[in-house]
Design a protein around this ligand. Structure first.
Ligand code: TXA
Ligand code: MG
Length: 325
């Protein structure tokens, strides 16, 4: 039914070795992380990284996150590794936090969209860590979806999104089950005098502040064109039009699905999916709910926006970006 790269499951050493061989030979491997699935290439090989941009259809102005298997590996890729980087990495790695620091010359310009900085992250998934270790190189990896589409949180989402790619580009897809966190990592810049939140994500601002002190939001600082390129609108979108109605006022027409938080829908003839009430569980369920709604070909998706509390910052950010303008 689907063409494209094959999916293999589990943490089998021979499979990891095969995937690592693809990485070393300049091909791409899709792999699970605790946030979303990534599409990885050897971060030190500019040609391999160029393949990521072409498979994703991603503009070259959007820098990639470099995934490492240890703090030492991160340090070796940074021109400066400030004490704050160390404190944050000790506390939150492996985990959903990307630290933007000054980069080493060894990282090709294509990885960072010509920026002098690099986003580094040590993922908390055994398959991701095993792959980086076996390949022996850091992995540049964006989410394993086509540009502006929804991020994948299962191997099946990846397979559907990359079905048109050739296996000479994407060697294989490693299946590590559904992603536990379910939304992308928090991106935090620590190159300036204070820490700046470039993208809310799996680690909340209050968790960061317990280690880093006050964290400014990117909107509060001068936002240059490349400060946080992933923050442009209509990222993280399903194909189906998505609305954020107030008080359950879903669209009057069409056959839609309502992702309910607490407020019931005003129309009785819509499909209802009750979303989890806790922010952590909601995040883990969100992309799969949107992928499923896309598969079911509704005319629209309406989402009952969760409350404006600190723990909901990342979920609300993704929903607002996904909403139809
Ligand atoms: O959870 C995640 O972060 C996932 C998994 C695969 O690790 N990756 C991911 O990658 O979401 P991507 O490419 O979809 O998003 C990368 C984000 C973008 O918002 C990008 O602008 C930001 O990280 N970023 C990367 N390097 C940066 C840099 N040097 N300066 C500023 N922002 C950077
Ligand atoms: Mg992405």
């Amino acid at each position: 039914m689907f063409s494209g790269p094959s999916v293999f499951s589990g943490l089998d050493p021979s499979l990891i070795e095969r995937a690592a061989t693809f990485i070393r030979s300049g091909r791409l491997v899709a792999f699970p992380t605790e946030t979303v699935y990534g599409l990885g290439a050897n971060a030190l090989d500019a040609e391999a990284v160029a393949r990521i941009y072409s498979v994703k259809g991603r503009p070259p102005s959007s820098p990639l996150i470099v995934h490492v298997a240890s703090i030492e590996m991160a340090e070796s890729l940074a021109a400066e590794w400030p004490p704050l980087a160390d404190r944050l990495a000790q506390k939150f790695w492996p985990g959903p936090l990307t630290l933007v620091v000054k980069k080493q010359a060894a990282i090709p310009a294509i990885v960072t969209a010509n920026l002098a900085t690099v986003g580094l992250r040590m993922p908390a998934h055994p398959i991701a860590l095993a792959l980086i270790q076996a390949a022996g190189v850091p992995l540049a990896a964006p989410s394993a979806n086509r540009f502006t589409e929804l991020s994948p949180t299962t191997a099946d989402h990846v397979r559907r999104s990359l079905a048109s790619s050739s296996s000479s580009e994407v060697g294989l897809i490693l299946d590590g089950g559904p992603c536990q966190v379910g939304i992308e990592s928090t991106v935090l810049s620590i190159v300036g005098p204070g820490a700046v939140l470039l993208r809310p994500g799996g680690i909340s601002r209050s968790e960061l502040e317990s280690v880093a002190g006050p964290v400014a939001a990117a909107q509060e600082v001068q936002a240059g064109p490349h400060l946080a390129p992933g923050m442009h609108p209509r990222h993280y979108s399903p194909r189906t039009s998505l609305y954020l109605p107030e008080n359950g006022n879903v669209p009057e027409r069409g056959h839609g699905i309502y992702l309910q938080y607490r407020c019931p829908a005003h129309r009785a003839d819509v499909a209802i999916r009750q979303m989890p009430l806790s922010a952590v569980e909601y995040a883990a369920a969100l992309y799969d709910a949107l992928h499923q709604a896309d598969e079911e070909n509704y005319d629209w998706i309406a989402v009952d926006l969760p409350p404006d509390g600190a723990e909901w910052e990342a979920v609300r950010d993704r929903l607002k970006r996904a909403a139809t303008k």
